[in-house]
Ligand binder design. Structure first.
Ligand code: G4P
Length: 319
């Protein structure tokens, strides 16, 4: 896969969560509503010891409303879990998280038993924006690179409601191949760490499957019977992305497509449904287990074929 996986400061964040979790009542995971499965940290449940969870599907203004409903139903059906969708920029919507946490941990109320909440999320998911909206000022810097945020930061949302912020990080190993592409398309992975052309082709595969009308309308192209490569070429032609000697500049067309997806230019798009993601996860787990087994086998074989170290006779000590 043409994506370099830089999990960032996962190690430090994991340690910070492990140290704090004992005193936490609710764990908020901020997800990208356009890729709820891919933006969920697979290690979080393990790290947070299954504390009550609030899943926030952020950037819902950019996501497909019907698919957002499906994802909310999916998460709301899980034990001790609530899910809400919002735009981090909207103050009234952002404050719904306070009510949702209160429902998840009703006994935590008043100064003697304040609500203690931890918030986690991948880079660029909108955590700083949400916190800034909630506190009404710039408490966290938006647009931060992963890891710049202090490892832990406490924010007082109400007299008896404390929020602990954690840095935006990815996890050490990617299991669902599609997730890498979706995360790259969303902006969660730095631009130098992936191949725009490959990500654009993957994005087009989803758009052709689920949003063909929006795609055709956005670029004013005929897409019937075309595959991803041919659609990308049509976008390049339409956008005048032509290099020397009349060659199409597919890199430029890929960048334009990714940019349009990120800012909602193609319409409200969600790249995955709960059913699709569950299937990819199952397949990914099988592939990952096979990969791990092959790796272990290779190590074993290498150990067997390596010549055993000859023991060097020790020189007798003394004169
Ligand atoms: P982070 O702390 O989780 O890393 O994310 P941050 O708040 O910096 O937000 C990343 C980008 O996402 C910002 O755009 C921000 O305005 C945008 N954003 C956050 N929440 C929402 C939302 O609910 N809806 C929409 N449409 N956008 C949202 P940016 O400053 O333009 O940064 P960039 O994406 O151009 O780097």
């Amino acid at each position: 896969m043409a994506i370099q996986w830089f999990p960032g400061h996962m190690h430090l964040t994991r340690q910070a969560i492990a140290e704090r979790i004992e005193d936490i009542d609710v764990v908020i995971e901020l997800l990208d509503a356009r890729l709820p499965g891919s933006s969920a940290n697979p290690l979080l449940a393990q790290l947070t010891r299954r504390k009550p969870a609030l899943k926030i599907l952020n950037k819902q203004d950019l996501a497909d409303t019907q698919r957002t409903r499906e994802w909310l139903a999916h998460y709301n059906a899980q034990p001790a879990t609530r899910a809400i969708a919002l735009d981090a920029n909207q103050a009234a919507a952002a404050r719904r998280l306070i009510q949702a946490c209160r429902e998840l941990a009703p006994s935590r109320v008043g100064m003697a038993r304040p609500m203690r909440v931890l918030i986690c999320g991948i880079p660029n998911v909108g955590k700083s924006t949400l916190i800034n909206t909630l506190v009404g000022k710039r408490a966290a810097r938006t647009g931060d690179e992963a890891g710049i945020t202090r490892i832990e930061q406490r924010i007082v949302l109400e007299d008896d409601f404390y929020l602990w912020d954690t840095p935006g990080v990815l996890w050490p190993r990617i299991i669902v191949a599609q997730s890498g592409y979706h995360l790259a398309a969303s902006g969660a992975i730095g631009r130098n760490a992936f191949d725009e052309h490959e990500v654009a082709l993957e994005l087009l595969a989803v758009l052709l499957r689920a949003y063909p009308v929006s795609l055709a309308q956005r670029y004013q192209i005929e897409i019937d019977g075309l595959n991803e490569e041919a659609v990308l070429a049509a976008i390049a032609r339409r956008r005048g992305a032509v290099a020397a000697r009349g060659q199409l500049n597919l890199h430029k067309a890929s960048e334009a497509l990714i940019h349009d997806f990120r800012c909602g230019g193609i319409g409200r798009i969600t790249l995955e449904t709960p059913q699709e993601f569950a299937l990819w996860l199952e397949q990914g787990k099988v592939l990952d287990a096979n990969r791990q087994a092959r790796k272990e086998q290779l190590v074993q074989e290498r150990m067997i074929s390596l010549p055993r170290k000859r023991s060097v006779p020790r020189r007798p000590s003394g004169p």
